[in-house]
Design a protein around this ligand. Structure first.
Ligand code: ADP
Ligand code: MN
Ligand code: MN
Ligand code: MN
Length: 432
């Protein structure tokens, strides 16, 4: 795995630098490394190698792996629940685990819990308790068995949502009857970048230098084009196992960058599933020894940024006559462009430059099959006269609770004045 993760030169670099105890290699990786070294006839007294051989002979890793894979179900009803929440930056995922007496199927069967909010930048030291409310459960792909991952949101002891709890408001919007009746679907394309741990430079890039220009990497295969496929693939399977509605993956335009899609999901579920998928990705990259970055423009210059395109439709958009409803939604979106931009992720101005398949952050635009627009409508949707729209503005670090609920609010609950509507319709050539 590690050999695929990092090109050979960097792999050797890591061998030299790594300390004995902080290496995330599995027993299998040890095995293949040993085999390779032996084949090459490298003597075991090589100073580069001795550290690893020692640890392997010790079989620390093997024994740990045996315990990690222990199936506890024949011996106890108890399960482990990993409570997950969003920390103070609004993008960091935190978690801790607890034992639950027996398997559960619904979050309402789980107790509330708490954590020290002063350690996550979410509460003052003198009144530091933040309360976790279990909201969605997934199967735990790391522990297996009946163990679960629990997506929680966060409250004060008095029951008020804390400022970084964006789920609470989103759930209110998604429980509005008008919104429920329209069964809003979201398909989210999460892009991310993998970085080498020590240098924080993209995976597959030469240390301190740049790879060849973009072109061969998008959906590419081969050791000189695809970096980190094992992470993407491990994540794909782990998400399916967990019960996340993941619908696909692809290598991205910038080398070391990947995408996966989640959806279509209905309402608040879209946010829960993206957050669970991000948590799983953090855990997998942790194991693989690479760093996950959701920065919208990890590398300055002629390199694509990372977005979180949000595909969206309502029941009326998906039915005959839907194209008119889509156009009306675009009109509303144009009138609230600034509100949306300010909710679509930190640092998005570095990404939405008008280049690299983006539209400028300052102007709203839409088009059929046009990837340089704020909103893209697919050819298929135009042809069929119904379907969905793609909001290309959200950054990779957006909060899906915020983006999905704002889309719902702007297109289903908010109404512009007739005057503003007429003006916008003229400007955008939208006859609604
Ligand atoms: P792109 O061509 O922009 O790369 P992707 O194939 O990566 O698009 O992602 C499209 C996403 O849109 C998928 O997650 C898919 O499930 C979702 N999607 C498809 N139909 C709808 C719909 N009617 N409403 C909302 N989302 C949809
Ligand atoms: Mn895509
Ligand atoms: Mn993409
Ligand atoms: Mn897209």
């Amino acid at each position: 795995m590690a050999q695929i993760l990092a090109p050979t030169t960097q792999w050797h670099m890591r061998l030299n630098k790594s300390s004995t105890n902080a290496n995330p290699m599995t027993a299998k990786m040890w095995g293949s490394l040993l085999l390779k070294q032996n084949k090459k006839g490298v003597s075991k007294s090589s100073s580069k190698f001795r550290v690893y051989a020692l640890q392997s002979e010790n079989s620390t890793i093997n024994r740990l792996e045996g315990l990690l894979n222990l199936d506890i179900t024949p011996f106890t009803d108890k399960i482990i629940a990993e409570y997950i929440w969003i920390g103070g930056s609004g993008i960091d995922v935190r978690s801790k685990s607890r034992t639950i007496p027996k398997p559960v199927e619904h979050p309402s069967e789980l107790p509330k819990w708490n954590y020290d909010g002063s350690s996550t930048g979410q509460a003052p030291g003198e009144d530091s308790e933040v309360i976790l409310y279990p909201q969605a459960i997934f199967k735990d792909p790391f522990r297996g068995g009946n163990n679960i991952l629990v997506i929680c949101d966060t409250y004060t002891p008095q029951g008020e949502p804390i400022p970084t709890n964006k789920r609470h408001r989103a759930a209110e919007i998604f429980s509005n009857q008008k919104v429920i009746d329209e069964v809003p679907w979201f398909g989210i394309e999460q892009e991310y970048t993998l970085l080498q741990t020590n240098v924080k430079w993209p995976l597959g890039w030469p240390a301190g230098g740049y790879p060849g220009p973009q072109g061969p990497y998008y959906c590419g295969a081969g050791a000189d084009k695809s970096f980190g496929r094992d992470v993407s693939d491990a994540h794909y399977k782990a998400c399916l196992y967990a019960g996340i509605n993941i619908s696909g993956t692809n290598g991205e335009v910038m080398p070391g960058q990947w995408e996966y899609q989640v959806g279509p999901s209905v309402g608040i579920e879209a946010g829960d599933h993206i957050w669970a998928s991000r948590y799983i990705l953090e855990r997998i990259t942790e194991q693989a020894g690479v760093v996950l970055s959701l920065d919208p423009k990890p590398i300055e210059g002629d390199w694509n940024g990372a977005g979180c395109h949000t595909n969206f439709s309502t029941k009326s958009m998906r039915e005959d006559g839907g194209y008119e409803v889509i156009k009306k939604a675009i009109l509303n979106l144009s009138l609230r462009h600034k509100d949306h931009i300010s909710a679509y992720g930190e640092g998005n101005e570095r990404r939405l430059t008008g280049k690299h398949e983006t539209a400028s952050i300052n102007t709203f635009s839409w088009g059929v099959a046009n990837r340089g627009c704020s909103i893209r409508v697919g050819r298929e949707t135009e042809k069929k006269g119904k379907g969905y729209l793609e909001d290309r503005r959200p950054a990779s670090n957006m909060d899906p609770y915020v983006v999905t609920s704002l889309l719902a609010e702007t297109t289903m609950l908010w109404e512009p004045t007739l005057e503003a509507e007429a003006l916008a319709a003229q400007k955008l050539a939208l006859n609604v």
